[in-house]
Design a protein around this ligand. Structure first.
Ligand code: DAH
Length: 347
């Protein structure tokens, strides 16, 4: 009886091993496991028969049975690991998205319209003798406000409401609300004469709508030299406007307030859609506001150690998305963030 049981055990083990090698999926493996460890399975049958053996027989067959079972357990685990890897790879492969298909030609991407516009604006100013400067998007209170003549608690700060970063002292580190802090960084690190533009992303606590975004781009300009006057500012703005928007699109300046310039102005361009006649887009005024500008306030020059008796200068800043919107006749600015393929492929 004992040797018969050994034969039976060997056959059951061989059969189980063959089954394991043939199992091609995790489901098949689970099924197989149920068969050879189940109540009706060959191993259980042997285990029951061991009960009828004498002590010697119980010991011998019992030990062989346990060894065979634990061997099989290891083999199952190994097989499961292999099948899992294979099934995961197959799943990944079948769910793979070939994004290049959407554009047409593989890897046929291009710059976003806002980036294209940023480069175009840089080119216009490079042509006028400016260089390009950059600054960090995470700023400190000094550069974003204080050195720009917004003292702590100044009411104008609330027009540039923003996101603070939990770093250092409370409300001292923030996402910059404008590109104007780059003016301060440039003046802190460079001696006049200074002719720079600084494009980049800015952040406002703002509810997005057709003409506003909470994350957008601006381009800042700064000129510091001897004998710079307001007419230099006006000429610079008008030259830029015609170069970027085309001949016939003029700029005008209207009095405004900014803490860091004195006097300050808003600059507006002739409405693109009606060429100044007045239409819905420009609220019948014939003009569209693009940004702010002015003569750099002597307090700002003093804050960065430039003598306002020796030097003067002007600054300006405007929204890049606003330029995009005007020039490309886009009625809702939010489409620039939507990643809608119809917009992306159009420009
Ligand atoms: N920083 C201002 C804003 O975000 C725009 C601005 C106004 C920039 C006047 C200037 C300036 O450089 O002189 O609204």
């Amino acid at each position: 009886v004992t040797s018969e049981l050994f034969d039976q055990l060997n056959r059951a083990t061989e059969e189980a091993k063959r089954g394991l090698a043939d199992a091609a999926t995790l489901d098949q493996l689970a099924e197989l496991e149920r068969v050879f460890s189940g109540k009706q399975g060959a191993f259980n049958e042997i285990s029951r028969a061991v009960g009828g053996l004498d002590v010697e027989g119980k010991k011998a067959v019992g030990a062989a049975l346990n060894a065979a079972r634990s061997d099989l357990k290891e083999l199952v685990a190994a097989r499961r690991a292999t099948l899992e890897v294979a099934e995961r790879a197959a799943k990944l492969e079948s769910e793979r998205l070939d994004l290049s298909e959407i554009v047409g030609t593989p890897n046929d991407g291009h710059l976003h319209l806002v980036t294209q516009t940023r480069y175009e604006l840089e080119d216009v100013f490079l042509g006028m003798g400016f260089t390009v400067a950059e600054g960090p998007e995470v700023e400190d209170d000094w550069h974003n406000f204080e050195a720009l003549n917004f003292p702590p608690g100044h009411p104008a700060r609330s027009s540039w409401d923003t996101f603070f970063v939990e770093l250092g002292n409370e409300e001292q580190v923030l996402l910059r609300t404008h590109t104007s802090p780059v003016q301060i960084r440039v003046m802190e690190s460079q001696k006049p004469p200074i002719y720079v533009v600084a494009p980049g992303q800015v952040y406002r606590r703002e509810t997005p709508d057709a003409r506003h975004l909470a994350v957008f781009n601006q381009i800042e300009g700064l000129v510091i030299d001897k004998g710079i006057s307001f007419s230099d500012l006006a000429g610079c703005i008008d030259t830029f406007t015609q170069a970027y928007f085309g001949p016939g699109i003029h700029a005008r300046l209207r009095p405004a307030f900014f803490p860091f310039t004195e006097p300050s102005a808003e600059f507006e361009v002739v409405c693109f859609f009606c060429k100044g006649d007045g239409c819905r887009t420009c609220s019948k005024t014939g003009w569209i506001e693009l940004g702010g500008c002015g003569m750099v306030d002597p307090n700002v020059l003093t804050a960065v150690g430039i003598d306002p008796e020796e030097y003067s200068g002007f600054a300006f800043g405007f929204g890049i998305e606003r330029c995009v919107q005007l020039r490309h006749d886009i009625d809702d600015m939010r489409v620039m963030l939507d990643n809608d393929i119809r917009l992306l492929t159009q420009f």
